[in-house]
Design a protein around this ligand. Structure first.
Ligand SMILES: NC(=O)c1ccc[n+]([C@@H]2O[C@H](COP(=O)([O-])OP(=O)(O)OC[C@H]3O[C@@H](n4cnc5c(N)ncnc54)[C@H](O)[C@@H]3O)[C@@H](O)[C@H]2O)c1
Ligand SMILES: O=C(O)C[C@H](O)C(=O)O
Length: 328
């Protein structure tokens, strides 16, 4: 018997990430090739944006996806999020050249108060929320704090693009297949302060740290390359990453919903005090997923350099949190 359709809300659906994301969700790449979906798409109540959304919906229809059980266009989060099982909060302004993501808080932060409240009021009580819009960690924190009737653990931020970027850099450095990399972690904020940590990573069982054996490369090339990759893409494309961001969103939700078979992935999640991070800070952690739940990888040794990196990214996040108190 075929499965009951699930409801997937996507905001910013007519934007560039939306365009790279929706067709893959509708084709079953996110929730499985046997899971029908109803797309509940949100755009701003502006004629141009709503027209663009209509065009995207026409294209979705023209794909005749067997798993697409319905598509709805919305301009109000209170209807877009009704009974939704999954919510991908993409809609918000991207940064331009020369900006840091934190500078977007002033223009984007309030979106997540409104949308958190709407999720609180009308979404499924088990909704899984992924915040993509930047600055993703603090926007996810705002949404979580604006939805007190939903479990805090249901709110997550996207660090998966950083995880995938780090894996790809390590594959290139070692000349090994990216799929063979295990036990990689990215700690903290989706910003240049993030700490991509390959101390425990393995390739076909061998230590990546031993294979590379170059701490200067780690500190002076790898960490800045991964941390500043978003800016490098903006400089090259004139626009922020879209296809790779959509791909990371698919990876994040698929792994959360369907499990990782013990493999470590990175998710931005509200801390419960793990690794000394204060409760509720939306922090990038290595996790494994099973049965629709994520679990932080425990027992990782934090050496002095790692602690220094974690402290730096934590400080940035707590400063961002302090700066949005007026929105909560
Ligand atoms: N976390 C990550 O790894 C990551 C990666 C890439 C991009 N991003 C961020 O994702 C966001 C979207 O990027 P994009 O390239 O798709 O931008 P875009 O400008 O192409 O599209 C954004 C869309 O969101 C819509 N929108 C704005 N406010 C909205 C609201 N309140 N409700 C619903 N829709 C709204 C806009 O009308 C627009 O169509 C940006 O903030 C960007 O910085 C995050
Ligand atoms: O860097 C940006 O502003 C977009 C995105 O967060 C990215 O990492 O590519």
């Amino acid at each position: 018997m075929s499965k009951k359709p699930v409801r997937v809300a996507v905001t910013g659906a007519a934007g560039q990430i939306g365009y790279a994301l929706l067709f893959r969700i509708a084709s079953g790449e996110m929730l499985g090739k046997d899971q029908p979906v109803i797309l509940q798409l949100l755009e701003i109540p502006d004629e141009k944006a709503q027209n663009a959304l209509k065009g995207v919906i026409m294209e979705l229809e023209d794909c005749a996806f067997p798993l697409l059980a319905g598509v709805e266009a919305h301009s109000d989060p209170m209807t877009a999020f009704k009974d939704t099982d999954y919510a991908l909060l993409v809609g918000s302004r991207p940064r331009g050249p020369g900006m840091e993501r934190a500078e977007l808080l002033a223009v984007n932060g309030a979106i997540f108060t409104t949308q958190g409240k709407a999720l609180n009021a009308v979404a499924s009580r088990n909704v899984k929320v992924l915040v993509v819009g930047n600055p993703a960690n603090t926007n996810a924190y705002i949404a979580m704090k604006s939805a007190p009737d939903l479990p805090a653990k249901n709110f997550t931020a996207m660090l998966r693009l950083d995880h995938n970027r780090a894996a790809s850099q390590l594959a290139a450095k070692t000349g090994k297949a990216v799929a063979s990399i295990e036990k990689l972690a990215v700690w903290g904020n989706h910003s240049p302060t993030m700490y991509a940590d390959y101390r425990n990573a393995t390739i076909d069982g061998a230590s990546v740290k031993d294979l590379i054996n170059d701490e200067t490369w780690n500190r002076e090339t790898f960490l800045p390359t991964v941390g500043k990759r978003g800016a490098a893409i903006i400089a090259a494309r004139g626009l922020s990453s879209a296809a790779s961001a959509a791909n990371a969103a698919i990876d994040h939700m698929r792994d959360w919903a369907l499990g990782t078979n013990g493999k470590w992935v990175t998710m931005g999640i509200p801390s419960n005090g793990e690794y000394g991070i204060p409760k509720e800070v939306m922090f990038g952690y290595p996790v494994t997923c099973e049965g629709g739940e994520y679990k932080i990888v425990q027992g990782i040794e934090i050496d002095a350099f790692s602690q220094e990196c974690i402290n730096k990214t934590l400080k940035e996040l707590t400063d961002e949190q302090d700066g949005v108190k007026h929105l909560l």
